[in-house]
Ligand binder design. Sequence first.
Ligand code: ATP
Length: 512
Amino acid sequence: MDFGKVEKSLFVNLCMEKVDKVISLCLRRGIIFPNSEIYGTFSGFFDFGPIGSELKRNIENSWWEFFVKDEIVGIDGAIITSPKVWEASGHVKSFHDPLVECEKCKKSFRADHLVEGALKISVDGLSIEKINEIIENEKIVCPNCHGKLSFVKEFNLMFKTHVGAVEDSSSIAYLRPETAQLIFINFKRVLQTSRKKLPFGIAQIGKAFRNEISPRNFVFRAREFTQMEIEYFIHPEKLNECKYYNEIKDMVVPLCTQDMQEKNERDKFKNIKIEDAINEKIIGTKWHAYWIAKCLQYFYYIGIKKENLRVRQHLKDELSHYSTETWDIEYKYPWGWKELMGIANRTDFDLKQHIMHSGEDLSYFDEDKKERVIPYVIEPSFGVDRLIFTILLDGYEEVEIKGEKRIFLRLNKKISPIKVGVFPLMKKDNLPEKALEVYNLLKDKFKCIYDESGSIGKRYARCDEIGVPYCITIDYQTLNDDTVTIRDRDTTKQERVKIFDLERKIRELLES
Ligand code: ATP
């Protein structure tokens, strides 16, 4: 018996148990629901509930406030756009995943994921032929019915629709599979209207759609999701002239380099100073290094645990068709290190493609050299939904208190959906009236909830489960001296505060 294998599977089961618990919390507490649940659900689509939609909004706002300022401006592009955009970008021709079908039960699977799951190896970047070879040599069968698998073929991930009254090949359009192209096609207009000079960035938050072969791991891989992307345009000869370099050069980042992966150290990372990574040519350009550092700083800022993040370089044969260098910020998910976000050097590929296909001049006039150039682009890109799931997994904790299992969602205060819970100690003796007075005082200043049902312990527990950082209780002493208690979710310590000082105090706590 291979005990290593048994232990490993036990570990995987324990970890996946956490995934199930977080999903169950999402359903119980109104965070995320499977779409069309009353009709038996619709695979790959999800809806955000009352708590989840607040969380999503807070994350989007925190990202926008963190990045969209100075030389970065925003846009909000259309979801359906001319099919010519996707022909130019290469998506019509090459936005594929490898598909394999079971010849017996007819189920479809993503071939690379199937191989990874069966053999516990990474096949990122392998060709269709190579994946076929592995399936055949390793005798991998259908995980559903053990039937024989078909040959692997390419499957285009774009959702098609028709625009207008006639449904024929001339009316085909696509739901955008990424938000980035809307930035490239609006490059000239944004440049003219915002009067920015290189380097500058365009940011966007919006829906993207991918007809994933096998959506899985809840919202980690969905068919409809929200992306937050920045295309940061840089003079092609100035990728090492980063004006913020001094701010980030001493930052230590956890890197898993190409070299390490080639030496079979794929599961590891090394803490390397940005300056050393640049000097040793591990990271290709200073602007790329800046964006890696800045995005890590954002994830730390919203409270993701440092030890669960690393930055992995794409192997050469794994790079997308438009990229010369890509680093993924990966999270240590219960199912392994996986991409949370990608930071790619997209070069001048997209602008050049759109120049070629549209005939428009999308170049930039370099006033110093008096010549026109096509800017290069560094693209930090990620999905909000994937980030939300990551935050929930990262913040979920079970604690035993007096023999009872209690769940805490340790969300960072900046993003927690509800900031303050207000409770009367008892549902009698004028306590609810006084508690409502306090609630009315605060509700327009902070996202608050009022709760008077069940024991006070149950009400604290309900708030802990959705990450409310502070709970205020109105008790008998309040009726005498106009003070209330504020309980801190993470320490569970309580402090007495005068009602007239409450707003200032909460503001101070939330900003601390
Ligand atoms: P993966 O390798 O996980 O399929 P990708 O490399 O295809 O991701 P990109 O095209 O780089 O992803 O998309 C940028 C980001 O969008 C990803 O880092 C991820 O956060 C998010 N994303 C991509 N596909 C999905 C999806 N199906 N569901 C949720 N988020 C997604």
